[in-house]
Design a protein around this ligand. Structure first.
Ligand code: PHE
Length: 360
């Protein structure tokens, strides 16, 4: 047992070093110094061969015990150091999730998205919900159900994009207006119906005020008593809220759409100065939408009885009212994905339109 005091001594020293080790590197040096190939414990292990059998057994046991005590102590200290490091990181990298966020400066909201949200807000407040439809429609939903029979001139007026004929010979179309949503909605729901349907529409047309893809907002109200007066009030309220002025004047011009009877186009008053348009002042007029009382044939096509229910519909040019409200002169620029244009006309990402907080 001559080795015992030496081993005890070694254990005391090593344990003290381990406890004092301040980081992983120091700890690793201690491990190599003790348990490594040429380490203090390993060297003593090698010395066992030269001992007498009795001595060797006792010394071997003590050395093995020492080895595991030291290995355990190193592992425990390593865990301790790691836990302390984590604790420190958690304290220094603390995030206060209750702090107000900082405005993100990159990226902005496209005027079409902004106006889309504004319109949804306003009609939402008037009790309308939002309906959606598909961009690809059958001839029936885009035309037939809307009282536009095959030979009707409106088909030519619409500059329709047609798909190749399917196996049954029928041709799908890219919807030329959002009015097909009227039919889908009537098929799916029971009056009272009060919806708006914002979305993309397509016509084969391109100049300063027309692009092959543009946006419309359809409106549909259907119940037992809704009349033309309700339509006028509703659109007037919308215009006042949207253009953020009580001054705006509206002019209802008698017109014709196959799917409404009577039909009216709506103009608002404006002035032009140096190529800039101002809404709600001046004696010029600008057309912003088509509207009318839903035609009995359309109500029937939607699965309802025109002797029992009636209502109004309107179709509003979304890009058009965006141009008017925000003084954007050329419609084509909306869809050119020019970042400089977007930086100029885009809206802050955090500026969500609400009626209470202001729309724009
Ligand atoms: N769908 C018509 C268009 O695209 C607009 C409209 C909708 C008119 C609903 C009356 C009623 O021109």
């Amino acid at each position: 047992m001559a080795e015992q005091p030496d081993i005890e001594q070694l254990q005391t020293t090593l344990l003290a070093e381990i406890t004092a080790a301040g980081d992983d590197n120091v700890l690793e040096q201690i491990r190599i110094g003790a348990l490594g190939k040429k380490g203090s414990i390993s060297a003593r292990m090698k010395g066992l061969g030269a001992m007498a059998p009795d001595e060797r057994k006792a010394a071997g046991q003590s050395l093995n015990a020492l080895k595991s005590v030291i290995a355990d102590a190193i592992a425990a200290r390593r865990d301790e150091l790691q836990a302390a490091a984590l604790e420190e990181r958690l304290l220094t990298e603390i995030v206060d999730v209750t702090l107000p966020h900082r405005p993100v400066q990159t990226g902005s909201i496209h005027p079409v998205s902004q106006v889309w949200e504004e319109v949804v807000q306003i009609f939402g407040d008037l009790g309308f919900s939002v309906a959606e439809g598909s961009h690809i429609e059958s001839d029936w939903y885009n035309f037939g159900a809307l009282n536009i029979p095959d030979e009707h001139p409106a088909r030519q007026e619409h500059d329709t994009f047609y798909f190749n004929p399917g196996p049954d010979g029928s041709r799908k179309v890219l919807r030329t207006h959002t009015s097909p949503v009227q039919i889908h909605t009537m098929e799916k729901s029971q009056p009272p119906i009060r919806i708006i349907a914002p979305g993309r529409t397509f016509r084969c047309d391109s100049d300063q005020t027309h692009t092959p893809m543009f946006h419309q907002i359809e409106g549909l109200v259907l119940d037992e008593t809704t009349h033309l007066g309700n339509l006028k009030w509703c659109l007037l309220e919308f215009c006042k809220a949207f253009f953020e002025t009580d001054e705006v004047k509206m002019r209802f011009r008698s017109s014709h759409f196959p799917f409404t009877e009577p039909s009216m186009e709506v103009d608002i008053n404006c002035s032009w100065q140096d190529g800039q348009v101002k809404i709600g002042v001046g004696d010029d007029w600008l057309e912003i939408l088509g509207s009318g009382m839903v035609h009995p044939n359309v109500i029937r096509a939607g699965g309802h009885d025109p002797d029992k229910v009636q209502g109004f519909a309107f179709g509003l040019g979304l890009d058009r009212i965006a141009m008017l409200k925000y003084g954007i002169p050329d419609l084509r620029a909306f869809f050119e994905t020019d970042l400089r244009w977007l930086r100029h006309y885009g809206f802050s990402t955090l500026n969500v339109p609400t009626l209470a907080g202001g729309l724009s």
